[in-house]
Design a protein around this ligand. Structure first.
Ligand code: ASP
Ligand code: MG
Length: 405
């Protein structure tokens, strides 16, 4: 009997009707002769609601208490799902993360899973139960409740699939798979049958929010096949798996848009060793994440440095950068929030040439100016004006023939 781990996200269990629908689907899978472990998130926007409550009480919540609070969301949904399954006449039992031995480190609100003791789940499965596990939570060695960071139910599901040697980990969500581009931007975007861990990691960090990145990293590390599919529609979805030779035949898998970054430029930076180190150390010391960086040597003895940060961290970043600029004797600091990062991703880029020139060519043809460029083995990103981001995605998508045939 195959063991399958299925995860249902908050939107899939947002109300009673949907909980009943999930129960029905789970029972069907079980009756086909599978052993089943089901991971659920908190109902709808419950976690956001809990965060708002904490925020209304204090602006400095204790992190241990925060986890006590946040973990309640998932505890409610597992119990409700178990009841809905009982109502359909099937056997089910719900557990919290701590109850099923999900052991984590002590980093409250963003804990990492260290180990899973599967004996309790094994026993419940042997007794013929559908086992329902609260996502997003675990406990420390000293029995403190922890949570795994936003979107952490994905991580619970993938980690359980690995620990239980499941055949597959199925992630049910409100989209029916992973697309070549956001269908809201590109009307003929095509659903991908399969995508590699590395591609999806690039796409996710580029803003194509499909699954929590950490869960995919764990999937990759332990080679857990993950299938993303719709909790409503009956389609196969998209398989996230390790790279295979067939994938390399395809030059580009998808185009992503990220409108959450802003660009900062420091002018007249003294052009000598150690200056960039000093600037970026100051920025890092303020806990600010930097993404793309460009610096160009000019013919004078100064240079300009541009880089991007999250818009949400822009204010703090500007303070830090001004401080750094003064410290190294550089000039003015300016920022531009009106940018968009367009990225194309594909493992096929490793073995195909000419991808970059094709991207630059099509952007030029449509008079879209490129402000910054960065590349990796399987990705090319261009920063363009914010107004042109969506258009850039569309023309690149068309140029590479990614749409539905
Ligand atoms: N309920 C948690 C959140 O909203 C965990 C999850 O949904 O995966 O982040
Ligand atoms: Mg959620």
């Amino acid at each position: 009997m195959a063991l399958i781990v299925q995860k249902f996200g908050g939107s899939s269990v947002a109300d009673v009707k949907r909980i009943k629908r999930v129960a029905k689907r789970v029972v069907e899978t079980k009756r086909k002769g599978n052993r089943l472990v089901v991971v659920v998130s908190a109902l709808g926007d419950t976690t956001d609601g809990l965060l708002e409550l904490a925020d209304a009480v204090t602006d400095r919540p204790d992190e241990r208490e925060m986890d006590m609070l946040l973990a309640t969301g998932e505890q409610a949904s597992v119990a409700l799902l178990a009841m809905a399954i009982h109502k359909l006449g099937a056997k089910a039992i719900s557990f919290t993360g701590p109850q099923v031995g999900i052991l984590t480190d002590k980093m409250h609100t963003k804990a990492r899973i260290l180990d899973i003791n599967t004996s309790r789940i094994d026993r419940a499965l042997r007794d013929g139960n559908i086992v329902i596990v609260a996502g997003f939570q675990g406990k420390t060695e000293t029995e403190e409740i922890t949570t795994l960071g936003r979107g952490g139910s994905d991580l619970t599901a993938v980690a359980l699939a690995k620990a239980l040697h499941a055949k597959q980990c199925e992630i049910y969500t409100d989209v029916d798979g992973i697309y070549t581009a956001d269908p809201k931007i590109v009307s003929d975007a095509r659903k991908l049958d399969a995508v590699s861990y590395d591609e999806i990691l690039e796409l996710a960090s580029l803003g194509a929010q499909v699954m929590q990145s950490r869960s995919i990293e764990v999937g990759k590390k332990f080679n857990v096949p993950i299938r993303v599919r719709s909790s409503i529609r009956r389609s196969k979805g998209t398989l996230i798996t390790k790279e295979n030779p067939k994938m390399e035949d395809v030059m580009v898998s998808g185009v992503a848009l990220n409108e959450n970054e802003a660009k900062i430029t420091i002018f007249k930076v003294p052009d000598k060793p150690g200056v960039a180190a000093k600037i970026f150390k100051t920025i890092a010391d303020h806990g600010i994440n930097v993404d793309m960086i460009i610096q160009n040597k000019t013919q004078t003895n100064t240079t300009d440095i541009s880089f991007t940060v999250f818009k949400s961290e822009l204010k703090r970043a500007m303070d830090a950068v001004w401080k750094a600029s003064r410290a190294v004797g550089a000039g003015q600091v300016v920022c531009d929030q009106n940018i968009a990062k367009v990225s194309i991703v594909g493992v096929g880029m490793r073995s195909h040439t000419g991808v970059a020139s094709k991207v630059f060519g099509v952007l030029a043809k449509h008079k879209i100016n490129i402000e910054m460029i960065s590349t990796s083995e399987i990705k090319i990103s261009c920063v363009v004006s914010g107004k042109k981001g969506k258009q850039a995605v569309r023309v690149i998508h068309r140029e590479f023939g990614l749409g539905r045939k």
